[in-house]
Design a protein around this ligand. Structure first.
Ligand code: MV4
Length: 446
């Protein structure tokens, strides 16, 4: 096991990693920008190093500064968290070249999954179901139109270097195609520096269901079940739950087996998430994320595994302690992302937390890095914490969630908690009857 881990991140995930390290007897180094000098992670880490000014580009994305901090403090491994440099293959390579260990998958796997066309071709070959599509770049209007007529409208044009919903265009009729194709290409060029696009049949009412996978260097590869992340607005998830209300044990076992086999054949090491669209009982591969995700706690709650601790184990060459193809889950878990935002307009609300009280009791977990008197800097995203609830079943989980939200006090800034409470009162949510479009539609009707 490592002696000292540097955490190249901030906020609640930095704290989450410090907690796992401390339980394993591993020393921690927090790096931070000048805007984060008073961050909880800086207080709780064994050591801290200031790596630059507030702008993420000059601090949390500043590779030379992070490597220098690791050298200076004698860290032996670097955990990237999520966002920032977590899916940067170049960063992973440089870490290894400088004699540190990158706590994450092999750089070539980050690269493969970073290119959406290559990712889709790769997992299709390994046996995962994919959306019917062009199976490669579409390079002319004629080629695109022919494909669209074969599979039928509507179709979707996607940027190969896109992801997370950026660079997509729905085309509903042949006469719209030429213009949509040209817009999609120029937007891809501007946003990702690459105008490669590909096409898929458009699924109109899917759910977003993702499978947590885990592999080690000893040939072990497992699936840890699904998370339903369909409650989202403009590609920002607001609520995640496990298990999904629409997946039964048979479906879970089938897709879990395919997902585990896929990463076993790849030789994938560490934590990963395979994202699917799910419609009419069918899974369709979307993307694979090669990092630990924001919503990993819901999987932890229903499996009992500490996924960050497992990441440290496999990165240091040990076997993971997760049992093979575990499909036994305990109860139900739901997470809400608490953002410092106006719940009506979604405008970020940086500022000082004047009152703070976290909920407690059975089945309540609050992962955050804020405290009373903490000043939320305006330079980063607005997520200030996550409330994760566990119950014996979905109904108990929902009752407990409403109770825990009522108990939470965050004053000084507006938060999305009132919106979360409202979601949990809606009939469709209570019945588990929602798609990726449900929240935006409900918000428009509100
Ligand atoms: C789709 C789709 C419908 N059909 N692909 C958005 C994120 C990006 N990773 C893929 N996305 C979608 N791909 C086909 N063939 C609908 C979406 C989509 C979506 C997916 C997941 C969660 C929220 C979404 C919101 C709008 C569109």
């Amino acid at each position: 096991m490592f002696k000292k881990v540097l955490i190249a991140n901030r906020g609640e995930i930095a704290l989450r990693i410090i907690r796992a390290c401390r339980e394993m007897g591993v020393a921690t180094v927090a790096v931070h920008s000048t805007a984060d000098a008073n961050a909880m992670a800086v207080r709780l880490a064994d050591e801290s190093v200031c790596i630059g000014p507030p702008s993420a580009r000059d601090s949390y994305l500043n590779i030379p500064q992070i490597l220098s901090a690791a050298a200076l403090t004698g860290a032996d491994a670097i955990h990237p968290g999520y966002g920032f440099l977590s899916e940067n293959a170049q960063f992973a390579r440089m870490i290894e070249e400088h004699g540190f260990v990158f706590i994450g998958p092999k750089p070539e796997h980050i690269e493969t999954m970073g290119d959406k066309v290559v990712a889709k071709q790769t997992v299709k070959k390994l046996g995962l179901p994919v959306v019917p599509g062009s199976d490669g770049a579409v390079t002319s209007v004629e080629e695109g139109l022919k494909f669209a007529k074969d599979v039928g409208f509507p179709v979707l044009i996607k940027a190969a270097s896109g992801g997370g919903g950026r660079g997509m265009k729905v085309v509903r009729a042949p006469e719209e195609f030429a213009e949509a194709y040209s817009t999609a290409r120029s937007e891809a060029k501007v946003n990702f520096g690459d105008d490669t696009v590909y096409m898929e049949k458009y699924l109109a009412k899917p759910r977003h269901i993702e499978i947590q996978v885990f592999g080690d260097r000893h040939g072990n590869a497992v699936s840890l079940g699904e998370r339903d992340c369909s409650i989202q607005r403009r590609h920002q998830k607001l609520v995640e739950e496990a298990p999904s209300p629409v997946i039964d044990e048979k479906k879970r076992a089938e897709i879990g087996e395919l997902a585990a086999e896929t990463i076993r054949k790849m030789g994938y090491v560490g934590a990963g998430t395979i994202e699917f669209l799910y419609e009419d009982g069918q899974f369709y591969f979307m993307e694979m994320n090669t990092r630990i995700q924001v919503e990993h706690p819901v999987t932890e709650m229903v499996t009992g595994y500490d996924l960050i601790a497992e990441q440290l184990r496999v990165a240091s060459g040990e076997k993971m302690t997760i049992k093979r193809n575990n499909t036994t889950f305990r109860g139900h878990a739901i997470e809400v992302r608490i953002n410092a935002e106006d719940p009506d307009t979604f405008t970020p609300c940086p500022g000082t937390i004047t009152q703070f009280h976290t909920p407690g009791g059975l089945g309540v977990r609050f992962d955050s890095a804020i405290y009373q008197g903490y000043r939320i800097p305006p330079h980063y995203d607005s997520m200030i914490g996550k409330l994760i609830i566990h119950g014996r079943d979905r109904e108990e989980c929902l009752r407990r969630m409403r109770r825990a939200i009522m108990e939470t006090v965050v004053e000084g800034v507006k938060t999305t908690l009132p919106l979360h409470y409202w979601i949990f009162e809606q009939d469709e949510f209570v019945r588990g009857d929602y798609t990726i479009h449900w929240l935006e539609k409900k918000l428009a009707e509100r």
